[in-house]
Design a protein around this ligand. Structure first.
Ligand code: 8ID
Ligand code: ZN
Length: 380
């Protein structure tokens, strides 16, 4: 184990903790992992920033928040939590960026003390099963996930597996706060675009184009030479989508016929070659199979509970429409997403707020009031 001589770790540090599914998130102090406690291959990271992803809100068992916020359950799209449960007490967060401050045995193969690294949702995987070997690390049976099955990045210090940490290209001018939303939102949509398998000049619809994932998807898609149709709602999200380069925008609340509106937004009127559904509401899936063109691809990304995709077998075969879900990304996707962002001036639109304001951030996210991303300053 190795540690910076300058600065010893404190005994406790600030964290946003959800004690149980019935509780609300509270800012409290938790024991700081000491360098001697690090297991083989682990490193300790002093976090500077963490993005707040809608998955954090899903994972935090929204029932508790909904009750706390006096939102009428039946009117809310988040009526149920995910079928897979988070581990409690839960420290959420999986878009963390900070400095490596200590190394467990063997971790120096991957990172050095002082490196600026990103912590993504996929904290570790075995790297040796059939799935890991094929690059599908997220479905490894031994995978662990920051902010879901192990402590996440809504705290000042976090332990992670060095082999899954992603080096942030600070030498290319990327700063820690701007890298943060790329570690989940950017990574996930870059992977989803790869899954869609489009080529220059084809058209992709991004459902949820004004949200955290969606507004980055628009930028990665534009960088890939695609024509983009944004789907979201409200003036702020429309303006953001247009500013980022969508050719057309469809407001799903204003339009009476979403299928026709999306088809009409394509050059030949036949519908987009693919749609990436990065919306957090189940409704976004309802008509996606209908508005994509024959041979089109639906890439489910948004994880609204109880979402169902109706796939008419006859028409999907007759028109060879496909559904190809995409789940975060692997180590290589993470490296690519950061460097593609650096090369193409892809930047999340974000506001920085203190970690202590996380409850209010969740409140705004629940109400759909966040365009782009919120990044929390883990030191405040
Ligand atoms: O690996 C994965 N598949 C993965 C990774 C990370 C996040 C999946 N997610 C999931 C999250 O759990 C969440 O369900 O992606 C979804 C979007 O996450 P986010 O971007 O962090 O959420 P957001 O910032 O709140 O943005 C959601 C956007 O969807 C719009 C909202 O207006 C918002 O801008 N939206 C909704 I709600 N319903 C819509 C609809 N019917 C819609 N846009 C279009 N049509
Ligand atoms: Zn996420």
């Amino acid at each position: 184990m190795e540690q910076t001589a300058k600065e010893a770790n404190p005994k406790t540090h600030r964290a946003a903790v959800l004690q149980s599914p019935k509780d609300t998130v509270r800012i409290t102090r938790v024991p700081t992992p000491q360098p001697t406690e690090l297991k083989q291959g682990e490193c300790l990271v002093k976090l500077a920033f963490s993005g707040v992803c809608h998955s954090d809100l899903h994972a935090a068992m929204v029932r508790a928040f909904v009750a706390a916020l006096n939102v009428v359950m039946t009117q809310c799209h988040l009526q149920n939590d995910w079928p897979v449960k988070a581990h409690f007490p839960l420290i959420g967060g999986h878009e963390g960026v900070g400095h490596v401050v200590a190394l467990g045995l063997g971790a120096d193969e991957y990172v050095s003390v002082g490196d600026v690294v990103g912590l993504k949702y996929l904290a570790d995987s075995c790297l040796n099963c059939a799935f890991c070997r094929a690059g599908a690390e997220a479905v490894c049976a031994r995978a662990s996930y920051h902010g879901f099955t192990r402590p996440g990045t809504f705290q000042e210090f976090c332990v992670t597996a060095a082999r899954h940490a992603t080096k942030v290209p600070v030498e290319r001018g990327m700063d820690m706060a701007e890298a943060s939303p790329l570690l989940c939102a950017g990574l996930t949509v870059w992977k989803a675009l790869k899954v869609a398998g489009l080529t220059v000049g084809q058209t992709v619809a991004i459902s949820g184009s004004g949200g955290g994932l969606g507004h980055l998807a628009v930028q990665y898609a534009r960088a890939a030479g695609l024509r983009v149709i944004g789907i979201d709602t409200g003036v702020e999200k429309e303006e953001l989508s247009r500013r980022l380069g969508v050719a057309e925008f469809v407001d799903f609340r204003k339009t009476t016929d979403l299928v026709e509106a999306v088809k009409a937004a394509t050059v030949d009127g036949l519908g987009p070659d693919a749609t990436i559904v990065a919306a957090s509401g189940a409704k976004a899936y309802e008509q996606a199979m209908q508005y994509i063109r024959p041979t089109g691809v639906l890439v489910p990304v948004g994880l609204a509970p109880n979402s169902v995709i109706k796939l008419d077998v006859f028409w999907s075969v007759f028109q060879t429409k496909r559904v190809l879900p995409s789940y975060v990304g692997n180590r290589q996707d993470a490296v690519e997403c950061l460097h593609i962002a650096a090369d193409n001036n892809i930047k999340a639109l974000f506001t920085v707020r203190p970690l202590s304001e996380l409850p209010d951030i969740y409140d705004k996210m629940l109400k759909g009031e966040i365009a782009g991303r919120v990044v929390v300053d883990c030191s405040k």
